[in-house]
Design a protein. Structure first.
Length: 287
């Protein structure tokens, strides 16, 4: 008999392999939809790379995906050993979305037949390091350099997840739309995000081996007094929804004659925000 296909329009996914379970998601309410499925059946439903990639590149991505999947299953252990946080989040080994691979079930299989063939061609293949399955993390864009594992995720480093120059990601054939990017924020929104009354300056204070930002200083006024917070660039990225931690910061002063590192820059930003002064000219405070 033909396998049964179950469609979930809300998730834009359908499933024809494995066993679906619905579980109460208490205490948060709602339900968890959990799919129990074999590793290669799971991999066939991925939507990670286009079928137009070279065959060898797709097979390499499949092996990396299989390695990551197996490693996460090993690290988390059986369902009976899930901690409280994991049970509350999904009661599963992997999510079907970021930060785990993008899994679309039957929809993914139909859309990517070359990928499905690569899963079958490489069945059983994983990347290993010193006898253990490697934590084969991957991403769509490195910006020219990969990162040391600990610089991104903390904890112990993995020697195979290290900073190296990734020149192909910057090449014309890659046509990477994220080679460069920019984002802008006003001081009001920055103050709200980082818990200041007013923000007068932000700057990168330390960088990783790759050149990405490691720490960022945010300066301004909090509760009427000057304050500076030293934050991890990872936290800044998450707070501002940035594409990566590979960034420079250019802070533009409100008044041309009061640079962002001026001793009273925060107070002067506050004076204007409170409507006490707008300066002596449109761009001058004239202290």
């Amino acid at each position: 008999a033909d396998p049964t296909e179950v469609l979930f329009p809300f998730k834009a996914r359908s499933y024809s392999k494995g066993t679906l379970r619905l579980r109460d998601a208490a205490p948060g309410g709602g339900i968890h939809l959990v799919l129990e499925i074999g590793v290669d059946d799971y991999l066939q439903g991925f939507s990670e790379v286009p079928d137009t990639w070279p065959e060898a590149a797709i097979e390499a991505q499949v092996v990396a995906s299989r390695s990551l999947t197996v490693r996460k299953v090993i690290d988390l252990g059986p369902e009976s050993e899930f901690d409280t946080a994991r049970r509350a989040e999904c009661n599963c080994h992997l999510l079907d979305r970021s930060p785990d691979p993008n899994y679309r079930g039957k929809v993914g299989e139909i859309a990517h037949p070359v990928w499905v063939d690569a899963v079958e061609t490489t069945t059983g293949e994983v990347v290993s390091h010193q006898g253990s399955v490697a934590l084969a993390r991957f991403h769509s864009s490195s910006g020219g350099w990969t990162e040391n594992y600990a610089d991104v995720f903390g904890g112990d480093d993995h020697p195979y997840l290290a900073t190296v120059f990734d020149s192909p990601s910057l090449s014309d054939p890659a046509a990477n739309p994220h080679n460069s990017w920019s984002a802008g924020f006003g001081q009001v929104s920055l103050a709200e995000v980082f818990g200041f009354s007013w923000v007068s300056d932000m700057r990168v204070t330390q960088r990783n081996d790759s050149g990405s930002a490691r720490t960022v200083a945010v300066t301004g006024i909090r509760w009427g007094r000057p304050a500076t917070d030293l934050l991890s660039a990872v936290d800044v990225r998450l707070a501002l929804s940035l594409r990566s931690t590979t960034f420079d910061i250019t802070a533009f002063p409100r008044f041309g004659d009061v640079p962002t590192d001026h001793l009273f820059a925060g107070e002067i930003v506050g004076l204007e925000a409170l409507g006490i002064t707008s300066g002596c000219t449109a761009n001058g405070f004239c202290p």
